[in-house]
Design a protein around this ligand. Structure first.
Ligand SMILES: Cc1ncc(COP(=O)(O)O)c(C=O)c1O
Length: 390
């Protein structure tokens, strides 16, 4: 039976990678491009979730999340991010940043509206805008500027249909951390052109070499026009718990709650207790995680330098954006051949839009010895490709 005629217009042309989602893992395959961190949060997080289960806390919570977690998030935002928010009215606990993004874009976009973001960017933004009948307008950044956005280019892309800017720093897939001066430039632009900014800060804890994460809402004049999105997925390796949050001015929270409710009602209650535990206890353990990710980052760069193959030096997040143009392959060809010939999995740079063509996304999320084996295979695979180049 052909089901096309039953599908909504918004479903046409989208696909859910069903084959990939149901495929059996191939023995020996190493995913060197994965977005899933490989550590686990400390035992007290699991204990808190087990306690919540033992106490049979399995009913709906408030749509906005349990009050204790909202209070802990507000405290974290104040101390770490310099953002003062009211836990009762300016925070919504969500099922990850993914749901947060969709709820926010549902609130902001009408069909035909545009939202701008520096590209390469997280691929979900495109789908979300499209599902809503809007358009994500990618504003290209270049390897020469380490994929930092040129504020003038962002400004040039604004049209009367532009409703908001999405900023993600540190960036997936490029690993770029926007300098404070650039963030201030974006903030000035948003204020001058009366736009909202959606700030996706889920990689905030992963910065290297002195690069520093700055929250958009902490900049002068930005608290009232920034929707901050964050998550427990990457910071605390809780991707499968599906827990995130939105912090925004109360009228915007009021406006987006119906969409959050339509999709989720509330975030998973057990996960909320896990999130509360992780925020309530000291988090010095994360320093070891960051040290290990930085070690892997250096090993990646050493290996690439030894080939040599160019790359964009990761300033943050846990990705390395590798320039595979010297191999003569496109991003898609490289990814397919690396899988087939070297049993290595990467993401093509094009997942984040056309500006990523000629690049692949590697990651720091695999532990040794697979990590070292993966790097060795990568080096052999690319060296052989380069030898065959004219
Ligand atoms: C930039 C960015 N935003 C949002 C998400 C979604 O994260 P979550 O697991 O919190 O839904 C991801 C996941 O990879 C991401 O890279």
């Amino acid at each position: 039976m052909n089901y096309d005629k039953y599908l909504s217009q918004r479903a046409q042309g989208l696909h859910g990678s069903l084959g990939k989602q149901t495929s059996v893992p191939i023995p020996g395959l190493i995913n060197l491009g994965s977005g899933t961190p490989d550590f686990v949060p400390p035992p007290h997080v699991f204990e808190a979730m087990q306690k919540a289960l033992a106490e049979q806390r399995i009913q709906y919570t408030a749509w906005t999340g349990i009050p204790e977690l909202r209070a802990a998030i507000a405290q974290k935002l104040k101390i770490e991010n310099g953002i003062e928010v009211d836990p009762n009215g300016e925070i919504v606990v969500t099922s990850g940043a993914q749901e947060a993004l969709m709820a926010v874009l549902m609130t902001l976009l009408d069909p035909g509206d545009e939202v701008l973001t520096p590209s390469p960017h997280y691929d979900e933004y495109t789908r979300d805008a499209r599902v809503l009948g809007g358009t994500l307008v990618p504003v290209a950044t270049t390897p020469e500027s380490n994929f930092t956005i040129d504020v003038a280019a962002l400004e040039a892309a604004i049209t009367p249909r532009t409703r908001a800017l999405i900023v993600v720093s540190p960036n997936n897939p490029t690993g770029t951390v926007l300098p404070e001066a650039t963030l201030k430039g974006i903030a000035d632009l948003a204020q001058a052109r009366d736009l909202l900014v959606v700030s996706d800060e889920i990689y905030e804890y992963y910065t290297y070499d002195g690069h520093r994460h700055v929250s958009m809402a902490s900049l002068p004049g930005m608290r009232e026009r920034t929707i901050t999105i964050n998550s427990f997925s990457k910071s605390f390796a809780m991707t499968g718990m599906r827990l995130g949050y939105i912090a925004a001015p109360a009228p915007l929270v009021e406006a987006l709650l119906p969409f959050h409710h339509a999709m989720m009602i509330c975030a998973n209650v057990i996960a909320q207790y896990g999130g509360l535990a992780v925020l309530s206890q000291p988090r010095d353990w994360f320093a070891d995680v960051l040290r290990e990710y930085d070690r892997r980052r250096r090993l990646w760069m050493e290996m690439l330098d030894s080939i040599p193959l160019p790359y964009s030096e990761p300033q943050g997040a846990y990705y390395i954006f590798i320039d595979i143009r010297p191999t003569g392959l496109t991003s898609a060809e490289f990814v397919a051949r690396a899988r087939e010939e070297a049993l290595l999995v990467f993401q093509p740079g094009t997942i984040g839009g056309g500006a990523g063509e000629g690049f692949i996304r590697g990651a720091l999320t695999k532990a040794s010895p697979e990590f070292d084996e993966g790097l060795a295979r990568f080096k052999a695979f690319v060296s052989a490709l380069l030898e065959r180049q004219p």
